[in-house]
Design a protein around this ligand. Structure first.
Ligand SMILES: C[S@@+](CC[C@H](N)C(=O)[O-])C[C@H]1O[C@@H](n2cnc3c(N)ncnc32)[C@H](O)[C@@H]1O
Length: 454
């Protein structure tokens, strides 16, 4: 408890609002570790948390985001560790990943943050008993500086010629946009390295909460993977809250009782960027389960349901749907089927999906666009008008959370006997429409239908 007393007394010098976010994150990790230690057990977060006063109110949604984010960065570190010679943790704040995770004691780890935060962290670290041995160097640096890598190399044993894992968790959105881009570009010169960074989208609504966050967040993007590529990283991929890359599962599903599926004012992205194909392999998009073989010349429609655009631009999730649909079309064609791809969605969604399709380098797939629908039922009705009489097999590509319901809606709106299969983010369902003698069709039980989260 002496450690806690030391940690809770005001640090010297006092932390600015941006610097103070480091201890807010630690307090969140402390709260998560109390509620769901099986998901995240950060035993050190307590030392950075004032446990003597009531915790600041924190929504379940933001706690779950921190939990997912922490697990994502932990997973990336574990997967990349065998391939790198050093770890660079930018804006390390009160993050204790260097000690929490099993890292070889000799591997150089460089933790960079602003001077006040480094002073505070070192003070708290000195009070924690029995820290595991680690080769950590704390570096006080302003990461906005265009030459921070040179300064790092000049003042420490950091070697810019060695493969490096770079973590920038909860940092770049505090930077003005030109600095966020130039920081990404500055880091891209490190050879055979992998960068993992978080980013946030522009707010979809202006709640009071997002306004207050907006004061601190300066750089926002809907496409951090593209920003990374423009900054010189060859391979990049942005994961969102719902993705399940390499075992990074969704915290929402592990909480008991489950968290409400609240619409969120912003999207958070966890982005991997690298110049090394080897390092990128574990994070490359998962391949689809192959479509089940169909008789030669079966006519199929692959229908991508749209999703609300943000600032008139497709979200990473919508881009992912188009990519999945193209993979599916390729697989079906290879199996001898005749395939029509339909990009379906009003309010500019179909056109945006077409833009995504046009930008896909290796695809020759041609699509029809259906621009009149704003609901899943309308997707089904309008696409049926386009190709309904000619196809015998329909594939609906939509969100993994929505796919069962979408399949149900399509089956209801299309004709009996047609097969409808759903392709979601990470799971697939498919069954034949059952038509009874009296003409009614089976509906799945309500529990299977599920509420739309879109
Ligand atoms: C939200 S905290 C994240 C801390 C840590 N990465 C974590 O996830 O626990 C943001 C951190 O960015 C640091 N930071 C913000 N601007 C910085 C800058 N220009 N140079 C260095 N660090 C900065 C802050 O001091 C703070 O520690």
């Amino acid at each position: 408890m002496a450690a806690l007393a030391a940690a809770s007394s005001p640090p010297t010098p006092p932390l600015s609002p941006v610097e103070a976010t480091s201890s807010l994150i630690a307090a969140s990790r402390y709260a998560i570790s109390l509620v769901s230690p099986e998901y995240l057990n950060d035993t050190y977060a307590e030392y950075f948390t004032d446990t003597t006063s009531p915790p600041a109110p924190c929504s379940p949604l933001s706690l779950s985001r921190i939990a997912v984010r922490t697990r994502f960065f932990d997973t990336v570190l574990s997967q990349t560790l065998p391939h790198v010679a050093q770890i660079l943790i930018l804006a390390a704040g009160c993050d204790m990943r260097a000690y929490r995770l099993p890292i070889p004691p000799e591997l150089p780890i460089f933790e960079v943050d602003l001077p006040s935060v480094i002073t505070y962290k070192q003070r708290v670290l000195s009070t924690i008993p029995a820290l595991p041995p680690r080769n950590v160097t704390h570096v006080s640096l302003d990461l906005i500086s265009p030459s921070f890598l040179q300064t790092l190399a000049a003042t420490t044993s950091f070697d810019p010629t060695k493969p490096t894992l770079i973590l920038a968790e909860g940092l770049l959105y505090y930077f003005p946009p030109p600095q966020a881009s130039s920081t990404l570009a500055q880091l891209a010169i490190l050879p055979s390295s992998l960068l993992c960074f978080s980013a946030v989208s522009p707010p979809a609504s202006t709640t009071s909460k997002s306004r207050s966050l907006g004061e601190l967040f300066k750089w926002r993007t809907n496409d951090p993977a593209e920003t990374a590529r423009s900054a010189g990283w060859t391979y990049s991929r942005a994961f969102t809250y719902r993705d399940k890359p390499g075992g990074c599962d969704s915290y929402l599903e592990t909480l008991s009782p489950p968290l409400p599926n609240q619409p969120s004012p912003t999207s958070t992205f966890y982005t991997i960027a690298t110049t090394s194909p080897l390092l990128f392999t574990p994070f490359s998009p998962p391949s689809l389960p192959p479509p089940k073989p169909l008789p030669n010349n079966t006519t199929c429609a692959v229908i991508v349901c749209g999703k609300a655009l943000v600032d008139c631009v497709a979200t990473a999730e919508l881009e992912g749907r188009v990519e999945r649909a193209v993979q599916l079309c390729d697989g079906l064609r290879d199996g001898g089927c005749n395939v029509t791809l339909i990009l379906s969605g009003g309010r500019g969604e179909a056109e945006e999906m077409q833009r995504v399709l046009d930008g896909m380098k290796n695809s020759t797939t041609v699509a029809c666009v259906e621009k009149g629908s704003n609901t899943t039922r309308q997707n089904a009705v309008e696409c049926k008008k386009l190709v309904g009489d000619t196809v015998t097999m329909v594939y609906v590509v939509t969100s993994g959370y929505h796919v069962k319901r979408a399949v149900h809606v399509f089956k209801r709106e299309w004709r009996a006997g047609i097969e409808v299969e759903g392709y979601g983010d990470f799971w697939t369902v498919g069954e034949k429409v059952q038509k009874h003698e009296d003409g009614h069709r089976d509906r799945p039980p309500d529990s299977e239908v599920g509420a739309s989260v879109e």
